[in-house]
Design a protein around this ligand. Structure first.
Ligand SMILES: [Zn+2]
Length: 474
C-alpha cells in the first residue's frame, strides 16, 4: 500500500508543481558508450560526435510540467525527430543565443554571460529551460525495459553543474522527494549553471521496495562499473558515464537502512581538502567522516575528480517530512553558496559540525525499546535503550561508551545479539571530556581542517568494519 502510494507520488512529481516551461524528449541511450575503464569527458561520445557533425539535437515538444503526461507516442529517435517550435514559444534568451551562434564566430562580450546548452542523454538542453530526459541502463529486453527519468534544469547564466541522485537503494524514499522539491523549485531563468536530478537510480529496487537490484546486488558497491561486468556493474557503468560525468559536484541522497534512521547528515571523506570545502556549503548539518565502502557512487565520483558527498536523511521505506525539509534546506544552501541561485538566508546557525562516529551494539537479543531520541546529546554511561528477552523477562541496558550525539539509531524492534543499534557521533575527544560542538565548528577553512585533524588524530571508530556496518553506510 505504501509502495503504491510512493509510486503515485513519484508519478505525481512528474506532473505537478512549478510553471516552468519544459521540453521533453524520448531517446535511446543504449548505444552510448565510452572507452572501457576510463572516465568519459563531460560529453558522451555520441553527444560529442553529434556536435562535431554540426547536427542539432532535438529540443522536442514544449510541455508544461504541471500538466498530466498524455499517453506517449512511439519513441522518437533523437536523430530523426524534427521539432516544431513556434518562435513565440522560445524564450528571448534562447533566440538571442541561436542568432549569435549562427551569425558570428566573433562573439560579443554579452554571450559570455549566457549559459551554454547542455548536451546529455542524446538531447540538447538549451539555456534557461527545464527538461525531462530519460536514462536507460539497457539491462532489460524489448518490451519490458523502462527508462529512469532524469530532470534537468539548465540555467540562464554560466555556472557549475550540480547533480542529485536518489534511491540508488530502491527503498530509500526521502531522497526522491528531496530531488523533486529542489528541481521543481528552480527557475531556469534565474539559475546559474545547471542542476541534474535522478530521482530513482535503482528503478528495479524501487518497484519491489527493496534496497537491492533484482539479483540481490547492492548497486552502490559497483561504481564506476564495468561495461563488460555483472548486471549491477553494467548499470553502474551506464549511469556513471551517461550522467555523472557531466557533474561538477555530486550529492548522493540516502537514508538509514534496515529499520534504522539517520539524523540528516553528510558522509564525506574529510581527508580530502576539496571535499572538506564542499561540506562547508550545506548550512547547519552534521558531517561525519567516512571514506566510504568500495564501489560507492560517491567514491567513484571523487576518484574521477568530481567532489561528492552523501546526504543521509531519515529511514527507509517511508517519507519523513522533517528529514526531507532538512535535506532540501541543505541543498538550497549549497545552491546559494555555489552562487547558482540568489542568496537567501535559511539558517540562524549556518555552520556544519564535524563528527567522528561509532556504532553501539546490543549484547543480548530481545525486544529493543530506546530511551533516547535521534539527535539527542548523550553522555558516557547514559542508557540508550533496553533489550528485554520476551521469554525469560531478563533485561539489559545498552549503555553509551562515549559522550556524543545520537546521529543514527534503530527503530524499536526485535534484535539479535550483536545488532548495531545506535550510531554515536563524537564531535571531539579530549581525555574523555565532552567538547562543545561549537568549539569545532567550521566557520573558515582553517577551522574546518583543524576540526578534521581533531577527528583524525583521535581515531574513535574502533570497531571492526563488519558487513552490516558496511550495509549501513551509503
Ligand atoms: Zn542508501
Amino acid at each position: 500500500m505504501l509502495h503504491r502510494y510512493i509510486f503515485s507520488l513519484t508519478l505525481f512529481f512528474c506532473f505537478c508543481c512549478a510553471s516552468v516551461f519544459a521540453t521533453e524528449i524520448e531517446n535511446d541511450e543504449s548505444t552510448v558508450v565510452s572507452g572501457a575503464g576510463t572516465v568519459a569527458p563531460a560529453l558522451s561520445v555520441v553527444d560529442v560526435a553529434i556536435q562535431e557533425a554540426g547536427v542539432s539535437l532535438p529540443k522536442a515538444k514544449p510541455v508544461q510540467l504541471d500538466k498530466p503526461v498524455l499517453p506517449e507516442p512511439a519513441a522518437i529517435s533523437a536523430s530523426t525527430y524534427a521539432p516544431t517550435i513556434k518562435p513565440a514559444e522560445k524564450s528571448s534568451l534562447t533566440t538571442q543565443v541561436d542568432k549569435i551562434v549562427a551569425e558570428s564566430t566573433q562573439l560579443p562580450t554579452s554571450i559570455m554571460d549566457v549559459q551554454p546548452a547542455l548536451f546529455l542523454l542524446g538531447a540538447e538542453v538549451p539555456a534557461a529551460t527545464a527538461t525531462r530526459l530519460s536514462w536507460s541502463p539497457s539491462q532489460s529486453f524489448e518490451g519490458i525495459a523502462s527508462p529512469s527519468p532524469v530532470l534537468v534544469v539548465n540555467g540562464a547564466t554560466p555556472g557549475p553543474t550540480l547533480c542529485l541522485t536518489a534511491a540508488i537503494h530502491g527503498d530509500e524514499l526521502n531522497g526522491i522527494e528531496i530531488v523533486r522539491r529542489i528541481l521543481y523549485q528552480l527557475n531556469p531563468e534565474k539559475l546559474s549553471g545547471a542542476v541534474i536530478g535522478v530521482p530513482i537510480v535503482n528503478l528495479q529496487g524501487f518497484r519491489r521496495a527493496s534496497r537491492y537490484l533484482t539479483d540481490r546486488r547492492d548497486l552502490n558497491r559497483y561504481f564506476p562499473g564495468n561495461e563488460q561486468g555483472s548486471s549491477a556493474s553494467r548499470i553502474a557503468y551506464s549511469i556513471f558515464h551517461q550522467v555523472i560525468t557531466h557533474c561538477d559536484v555530486l550529492v548522493d541522497l540516502h537514508t538509514g537502512s534496515f529499520y534504522r534512521e539517520n539524523l540528516p547528515q553528510l558522509r564525506a571523506d574529510l581527508q580530502d581538502p576539496d571535499i572538506v570545502k564542499l561540506t562547508h556549503n550545506f548550512g547547519s548539518i552534521v558531517v561525519v567522516h567516512s571514506a566510504g565502502a568500495a564501489g560507492t557512487l560517491r567514491g567513484a565520483a571523487v576518484a574521477a575528480g568530481i567532489p561528492a558527498v552523501t546526504l543521509e536523511a531519515g529511514g527507509p521505506m517511508r517519507l519523513e517530512k522533517s528529514a526531507v525539509e532538512h535535506g532540501v534546506k541543505s541543498i538550497q544552501t549549497l545552491l546559494n553558496k555555489m552562487k547558482m541561485v540568489k542568496k537567501i538566508r535559511l539558517w540562524s546557525h549556518p555552520e556544519p559540525v564535524y563528527y567522528g562516529s561509532t556504532w553501539v551494539r546490543a549484547d543480548r537479543g530481545g525486544i529493543l525499546f530506546s530511551e533516547v531520541k535521534l539527535g539527542e546529546n548523550i553522555k558516557k554511561s547514559d542508557v540508550l535503550g533496553i533489550v528485554t528477552d520476551p521469554i525469560t523477562n531478563v533485561s539489559q541496558n545498552i549503555v553509551s561508551p562515549y559522550n556524543g550525539k545520537v546521529i543514527g539509531m534503530a527503530v524499536n524492534q526485535v534484535v539479535m545479539p550483536g545488532f548495531a543499534a545506535y550510531h554515536i557521533g563524537i564531535a571531539a575527544e579530549d581525555d574523555g571530556e565532552l567538547i562543545n560542538p561549537q568549539d569545532v565548528m567550521a566557520g573558515k577553512d582553517e577551522q574546518a581542517l583543524q576540526a578534521v585533524e581533531v577527528v583524525e588524530n583521535k581515531p574513535i571508530t574502533v570497531m571492526p568494519v563488519d558487513a552490516d556496518i558496511e550495509d549501513m553506510n551509503d
